[in-house]
Design a binder for this molecule. Structure first.
Ligand code: NAP
Length: 254
């Protein structure tokens, strides 16, 4: 049993708590946001609500799920202690600043959860590698240790692929629904097609995106034709330009 605390009970904390419920841990969430905290506590007796000070004082592992500017104000007053693990999920708060804000806690790490952590099977890039994160999520999620903080920050950038790619799927599903008249089935179709491709990648590490694209590259086929159209319109370059534009914010070199 691990005593796990969450400072900041917003969207991502809720997903992580949901993923941890039912595994024999004591989970303490901070009072804000009160509606989310109450909903989580109502979900399971594993979850209790406490002020920030108590969450930090009584936890073996503390997840920091605040906005970075809020964290800079709130963390210095909290009773972090040596021997405790502190894991931040915050973009925009470098490890060196985190060390100063959470002293004397020494085992610090930054990771990047996304909403599917609620059901498991998500990816957790982390720097530095964190035994506490592995112990809590290693059986259910893929832990990806990064070689340095810049590599971790590049994963923050790549995590932003989620909404533009989901938007492309939504656009394609809406096109399909326009032809069939069934929006629900259209979204299910697109989601299921991609879930199948992604499952085959996740289950076979030796399979690459190139392999999948090769299997869809029949000359003159519908896939090859649409891919060429989208590529010629500049979509891949636009995506890389957008990722590059995030580099200054992520502290990445040009
Ligand atoms: N959402 C994601 O998918 C995702 C993924 C990876 C990383 N992150 C990172 O996770 C962090 C939180 O993101 P989020 O989407 O979960 O944001 P969010 O839903 O806005 O959650 C932040 C929470 O912090 C609470 N808070 C504000 N001041 C507080 C204080 N003094 N003490 C305790 N809690 C306080 C807020 O409560 P009130 O609502 O009452 O103000 C809010 O519920 C961000 O740094 C973000 O970069 C998010």
């Amino acid at each position: 049993m691990t005593r796990i605390g969450f400072i900041g009970t917003g969207e991502i904390a809720a997903a992580m708590v949901t993923g941890l419920i039912g595994q024999g841990h004591q989970i303490m969430v901070s009072e804000r946001n009160s509606g989310m905290a109450a909903a989580l506590a109502a979900q399971s007796s594993d979850v209790t609500i406490a002020p920030n000070e108590q969450v930090v004082a009584d936890s073996d592992v503390v997840f920091l799920c605040l906005l970075a500017e809020v964290a800079r104000d709130v963390l210095p007053g909290l009773p972090f202690h040596a021997g405790q693990s502190v894991i931040s999920v915050m973009a925009d708060l470098p490890l060196a600043d985190l060390r100063a804000l959470c002293a004397p806690a020494e085992e610090l790490a930054i990771t990047i959860p996304l909403a599917p952590i609620a059901v498991g099977g998500s990816a957790l890039p982390v720097y530095p590698d964190s035994p506490a994160l592995r112990a809590l999520f290693g059986d259910t999620d893929l832990i990806i240790p990064c070689r340095d903080e810049a590599a971790l920050n590049a994963h923050f950038g790549a995590s932003a692929l989620a909404s533009p790619i989901l938007e492309q799927m939504r656009t394609g599903a809406a096109w399909l629904a326009g032809q069939t008249g069934d929006g629900v089935a259209a979204e299910q179709y697109v989601a299921t097609v991609f879930a199948g491709f992604l499952r085959s990648l996740a289950e076979n590490p030796e399979t690459s995106f190139d392999d999948l694209l090769d299997s869809l590259a029949t000359e003159g086929g519908l896939n090859a034709t649409l891919r060429a159209h989208v590529r010629d319109a500049g979509a891949p370059k636009t995506l890389v330009d957008g990722l590059d534009a995030l580099k200054p914010r992520l502290g990445l070199a040009d």
